[in-house]
Design a protein around this ligand. Structure first.
Ligand SMILES: Nc1ncnc2c1ncn2[C@@H]1O[C@H](COP(=O)(O)OP(=O)(O)OP(=O)(O)O)[C@@H](O)[C@H]1O
Ligand SMILES: [Mg+2]
Length: 357
């Protein structure tokens, strides 16, 4: 049966797609570039002493970008504050973005234990949407009342069967390059659209899990949402191109270009964070030698906002000394103090600048 946009696409072809549709020179050219950029990024990661320095900050940025594709907006500053604060309530949009962050982080932990399976997919969805249900048993469509662009398969049994094929393809060692597989899996996941909502975001979380699962990168730090956001109409158009005309080549070129561009940008960012860490160490050593320790400076980079309890919990200082240390760093213009409620948060000013560029 041919594809009809207003009818559930139960004939969505199983994976893998025919090689003729995507094994082409343009795909392999950009694949080589994307692989090279990823290899360089992976090799550069260890210069950052504590991987959490990157994971915390980049996951938050990704949560923000990925959610904004769905028109859920918050600012970096609100997000970082809400992440650091224990006493203040975030607004609903910021909360939803933070849930994406939690979903991604928890899924990464879960994947290391159990790999990618159906319950992992459902858990990501549940955490993002704050819901209890799983694979849907009701129809959904993409588009609006007046123009339906795509109607995903329906319902529960069909979806489960298609997800099993998806999972099988994700695990099979068939010699297809992992970056190509990630792009194929992303299309297919969106076409299956297993949940009532949050499919875009769940699918974008799965991209990074797949990259870590296959060892393309060791930590979850490569995030495509910023690129997808910047070229959003292409993203939608190319998804449709695969469904309507089997245009895998254009889709793969898009996704591989996204990987390459993002890997290069992330590498730049890592280099800048590293330089900033070094210059901050030097500055504190010279201008506040009496309070300097490497652990103290490292803590300022674990997330953009720092607070007294972080120093106390990691054994860097007692409560009293911690507050003295942080205030000294404010005098040196490294940190900026912001009070919210009765909590004092200290922003790493230069780090924040780098991250919000
Ligand atoms: N024609 C299409 N075919 C398949 N998938 C599509 C198509 N158009 C959009 N999509 C996918 O559906 C997602 C939107 O679905 P849904 O609303 O369930 O997810 P979301 O996470 O709430 O939203 P968003 O992805 O906009 O953040 C898009 O992000 C995209 O990945
Ligand atoms: Mg939605």
């Amino acid at each position: 049966m041919a594809f009809k946009s207003a009818q559930p696409y139960n004939d969505l072809p199983s994976l893998p797609p025919e090689k003729e549709a995507w094994e082409t020179l343009p795909v392999y050219k950009i694949l080589a570039e994307a692989r090279a950029a990823m290899a360089e990024l992976k090799g550069r990661m260890p210069i950052i002493p504590n991987p959490l320095m990157l994971i915390n900050t980049l996951v938050l940025q990704e949560a923000k970008e990925s959610s904004s594709i769905e028109n859920i907006f918050t600012s970096s500053d609100k997000l970082y504050k809400a992440f650091a604060s224990t006493t203040t309530e975030a607004d609903p949009q910021t909360k939803e973005v933070l849930r994406y962050r939690t979903a991604l982080y928890d899924a990464w932990q879960e994947q290391q234990e159990s790999g990618i399976n159906l319950s992992l997919l459902e858990n990501i969805y549940r955490k993002i949407k704050d819901k209890e249900d799983g694979v849907r048993d009701t129809p959904v469509y993409i588009g609006n009342r007046f123009q339906v662009v795509y109607t995903p398969p329906c319902c529960h049994d069909v979806l489960t069967e298609k997800l099993n094929n998806w999972l099988h393809f994700s695990k099979t060692n068939d010699g297809i390059d992992p970056l190509i597989k990630m792009a194929i899996l992303h299309y297919q996941f969106e076409a299956i659209h297993p949940f009532t909502d949050g499919n875009g975001r769940t699918g974008r979380v799965l991209n990074i899990l797949y990259l870590t699962q296959t060892g393309i990168i060791d930590q979850p730090i490569l995030y495509l949402s910023q690129y997808i956001n910047a070229f959003k109409s292409d993203y939608y158009r190319l998804l449709r191109g695969v469904t309507e005309n089997g245009e895998w080549e254009a889709w793969l070129v898009y996704m591989l270009t996204a990987v390459e561009a993002t890997a290069i940008e992330t590498l730049n960012l890592i280099n800048q964070i590293y330089d900033l860490l070094q210059s901050t160490i030097e500055k504190v050593k010279i201008e506040a030698a009496d309070i300097y320790s490497r652990e103290l400076v490292d803590l300022l980079f674990v997330q953009p906002y720092c607070k007294i309890s972080f120093l106390v919990d990691s054994g860097v200082a007692s409560r009293n000394t911690a507050s003295k240390y942080l205030n000294r760093l404010v005098e040196l213009d490294i940190l900026a103090l912001e009070k919210i409620g009765n909590e004092s948060l200290y922003l790493n000013k230069q780090l924040y600048k780098l991250l919000s560029k």
